[in-house]
Ligand binder design. Structure first.
Ligand SMILES: N[C@H](CCC[C@H](N)C(=O)O)C(=O)O
Length: 257
């Protein structure tokens, strides 16, 4: 079988993207997904995005981590919006569906602003917070983030604290009143990625909830680039949560198996 694919990246979180509106991709075959995402035996990516038809919105984003598991992906969502515009499905605004429901988004140049779902609950512990922004996230402040062993400590928490289902693990260092550095260990990739969209969204909300910032616009610096998160807060819930940053096509080609 031979298929056209596109490679996208959003702040260094990279994806194989396929137009699956004709339902040609064998998505029940996890081996093909893991192989496409393999950086030595395949194209190489943190995840796979299948863009599909949806009868209630502009398109459906079917997202797979590089190990074939599924969840919502914030950076992937931004890339899917950029891809939908290239395909001519959308213009500057869209409503699309993902595993966690409907999202609206706007795109100007290569900057995509994606509305994330509301967050009602932030579990606060002494050393960390835990919340779901479409995917589950552990958020923990550390010192000397640049030197921190994210892969080792992330794996320890991901398996030790959260069992089989696991969680993504975000390590955070505050830079100023509304700026934070973030490095993320992603479940499903089982490694550090250069950026995680649902992760930085979780960090922004957790930092606001725990009083580290009073601002409802938070800047995040990841190893792959900068993202901005804005939100409202009403009776303890976070609403109108927006994730903003670049999404770029890198190359396209054909894969066969
Ligand atoms: N990179 C993604 C997260 C993928 C989800 C995932 N790793 C999981 O929870 O299974 C993002 O930008 O939000």
């Amino acid at each position: 079988m031979q298929l056209d694919f596109y490679k996208y990246q959003g702040t260094g979180n990279d994806f194989v993207v396929i137009d699956n509106r004709q339902e040609v991709f064998p998505k029940n075959n996890t081996k093909i997904i893991t192989q496409l995402c393999d950086r030595r035996f395949g194209v190489g990516a943190d995840g796979l995005i299948l863009l599909e038809n949806d009868n209630a919105s502009d398109f459906y984003m079917d997202y797979y981590n590089s190990d074939g598991s599924q969840s919502m992906c914030g950076n992937g969502g931004r890339c899917a919006v950029a891809f939908a515009r290239i395909l001519g499905i959308i213009d500057e605004q869209t409503t699309f569906k993902a595993i966690d429901g409907l999202h609206t988004a706007t795109i100007k140049g290569d900057i995509v602003t994606l509305k994330m779902h509301d967050v009602e609950e932030v579990r606060q512990k002494d050393a960390y917070s835990f919340l779901d922004t479409g995917s589950p996230h552990h958020v923990q402040l550390v010192n000397e983030l640049e030197k921190f062993n994210v892969t080792k400590e992330g794996a320890k928490l991901r398996y030790g604290l959260y069992g089989k289902a696991g969680s993504n693990i975000n390590f955070v260092e505050q830079a100023d009143s509304n700026t934070f550095g973030v490095r993320t260990y992603e479940r499903g990739v089982e490694d550090e990625t250069l950026s995680c969209g649902t992760g930085v969204t979780a960090v922004a909300i957790a930092m606001h909830k725990t009083g580290k910032t009073a601002s409802n616009e938070v800047n995040i610096k990841t190893p792959g680039g900068d993202l901005t998160i804005s939100f409202d807060q009403q009776n303890g819930s976070y609403t109108d949560v927006y994730l903003q940053g670049p999404a770029q096509m890198v190359f396209n080609g054909k894969v066969s198996w």
